[in-house]
Structure formats: C-alpha cells, structure tokens
Design a protein around this ligand. Structure first.
Ligand SMILES: [Mn+2]
Length: 301
C-alpha cells in the first residue's frame, strides 16, 4: 500500500526546470499556501510561476562550476492544502517533507507564505535554521493568531530549533526583545552592508558550528524591492541577490537538509523578475550544496 502521507501530494505536470530525475539528491515541492498574508496576497501562485520561468534559465553555475542540469531534481509536485486551516496545513507539509527527507532527499520547497517553513523545518528535523528575511517573524502571535506569517521563527524557536537571521530591517520592539532574551542572533541589512559578505558569512558559520542538520529559508523580501518587487510585504533597504548567494556559497555545506523560497507574489510581479530570482536562488543554492556533497565539506550526516 502507498504511504498514507502521499495522499497530500498532487503531482504537477510541469516539472521544475523540466527535470524528472528520480535519483537526484534534491526533491522539489510546491507549497501553495497563502492564507495569512497581511498585505499583498498571491503567493499561492508562486510554485506554478517559478516552475514556468525555471524552464528558461541556465543551470550551469559559474559560482561553483557545478552543472545543476546534471544533478537535476525530482519534482514531487504540490502539497494539497486545506483552503483555510493553517495548522492542519503545517501538519500536512511536515508529513510530506518528512517522507522525502527520510528517503535521504534534500528538500527544496517553493512557497507559499513563510508559514510553510514551520512545516518544512519540522519535516526535515533540522536543528538549525538560517533565515534571510526583511522581518524577524518572531512575534508570539499576530492579532491573536499563532500560525501567522509574522510568527514563523517564534514557532520554531519555542520547539528548540536554533535560529539565525540575516537582512532584517522591519521589526517590532517585542521581536527584538525576544531575540535578545532567547538568543536568536540577527544581522540587519545595514550591518550586512557595513561589514560585508565575508564577515557575515563568518558570523553565520560560527553559529552553525554545533549544528547537525541545517535548513536555509529565503524570504525573498530579504532582497531589495528594486531586485524583487513581487513579494507579499516589500521593504526598502534590502540585500542584493549577489550578497545573499555569496554568503550562501561561504556557509552552505553537506549538513544542509533542506531550503525554501517563500513570499513571492506573482500577481504583484508583472515582469516575472521576482519569480526568476526565486528560480535562480534554487539553482545556485543547489549547485553550492551539491558541490559540498561532492567535496564532503562539513560534518557527515
Ligand atoms: Mn518577510
């Protein structure tokens, strides 16, 4: 009998990058959940749009010399979601991700709103998360609700996951106090600009030293709206895509068990450039993780 967790999976006819490589170490999942977005909804359309634009990008990485076209992906399709029950969706996401993760896959998720990351991190059993985000997402609740896109990192931190955040610039006092009290280090986008790529990477690397299973989440609003206008909550003074990927190139190693690209809202991205950036983040991060798997960098899982 098929694994019951697969009831929640709807195989997509359009595969990410056109790949159907079942023996690839990388599994792609679409997670079109868009329920709590407070400003510009539409991230439920992002998995389909990212798959569409990914048909037209190059898959050879100059940054690492890895041909991601050879590594390929197994695109598992989209998680089937309840139209309004976020908590149940987080459980479904955790179930499907755990299925792929237990098979030894590095799970690449395309959101959807950032709340999906609660499910993907729990599904991969990651002990550490590096989050690129304009926001800290450390609120305990947002308007009385705990499974909101503004509370993602709080939900994970309270479950014992260690978190470091990068590129932040839109925060509440409550979140900063929580970060200090419970030890969630963060590097603001201003600090990133002041200290530069290498020093940022060094700080993140130090944070990651005791970790066994690393998860990376790209809230695309971490990138400046000039590069990534089509996001749910755009925020000025962001990072450049180059800085984000250069930092990843210095920190990602064979301990990475999953990563995601979230918060892209295609209805607010008429030129598709934000979705192209999403596809590129996936392509380059895959090349970086893949090259470290080959070199055996980092701890053995
Ligand atoms: Mn955000």
């Amino acid at each position: 009998m098929a694994d019951p967790r697969l009831l929640y999976l709807n195989e997509s006819s359009l595969k990410f990058g056109g790949f159907e490589k079942r023996n690839s170490p990388f599994a792609v999942l679409g997670i079109p959940m868009d329920i709590t977005s407070s400003f510009r909804p539409g991230s439920r359309f992002a998995p389909r749009k990212i798959r569409e634009v990914s048909q037209f990008i190059e898959f050879y990485s100059l940054r690492t010399g890895v041909d991601v076209g050879e590594v390929g992906f197994e695109d598992l399709g989209d998680v089937v979601l309840h139209p309004s029950d976020v908590e149940q969706n987080v459980e479904r996401i955790r179930d499907v991700v755990s299925y792929a993760s237990e098979k030894g896959k590095i799970v690449v998720s395309m959101g959807g709103e950032h709340t999906i990351t609660v499910g993907t991190v729990l599904g991969t059993k990651a002990d550490c998360v590096v989050s690129f985000d304009a926001h800290l997402d450390l609120r305990d609740e947002y308007m009385g609700y705990k499974f909101d896109h503004a509370c993602v990192m709080h939900r994970l931190a309270e479950r014992g996951v260690r978190i470091m955040e990068v590129g932040n610039r839109a925060v509440s006092r409550e979140e900063v106090e929580y970060a200090k009290e419970f030890g969630v280090p963060f590097i603001t986008s201003h600090e990133v600009n002041l200290i530069g790529t290498r020093e940022v990477a060094m700080k993140v690397k130090n944070f990651l030293r005791p970790c066994n299973r690393i998860y990376i989440t790209f809230d695309v609003d971490s990138v400046d709206p000039a590069y990534a206008p089509g996001v749910a909550t755009p925020e000025p003074e962001g990072l450049t895509p180059t800085v984000v990927l250069d930092v990843i190139n210095l920190i990602a190693d064979s301990r990475v068990v999953g990563f995601d690209v979230v918060e892209i809202s295609p209805p607010y991205d008429p030129s598709d450039i934000t979705s192209v950036l999403g596809a590129k983040l996936i392509m380059e991060t895959t090349s970086i993780v893949s090259s470290s798997l080959k070199k055996g960098k980092g701890e053995v899982r």
